[in-house]
Unconditional design. Structure first.
Length: 90
């Protein structure tokens, strides 16, 4: 990040991502009865944290694969690494 606008954009995206957690907890609280709402909230939070942690670990491996096996440079390696989750999700 080299500009004020870039920093603002990065901070916005981080906040946007964090806000999804709060929304999920609200939805879970609204959709489930009082007897199981705690389990529902814990489950959604746990799966969200698990997904984030697994992604952090796997993306390092994907990046290493791009550098060492595909033999692209560092600048292209991290960019190409983001194609993998986009392909999986799309």
């Amino acid at each position: 990040v080299t500009t004020v606008w870039g920093l603002g954009l990065v901070r916005f995206m981080i906040g946007f991502g964090g806000a999804t957690f709060v929304v999920t907890q609200f939805w879970s609280s609204q959709m489930f009865c009082a007897e199981i709402v705690g389990v529902a909230n814990a489950t959604t939070a746990g799966w969200g944290n698990l997904g984030g942690g697994v992604t952090q670990m796997l993306m390092v491996g994907v990046y290493s694969f791009m550098l060492n096996v595909v033999k692209v440079g560092k600048n292209d390696g991290w960019r190409l690494s983001f194609v993998v989750p986009a392909f999986i999700a799309g």
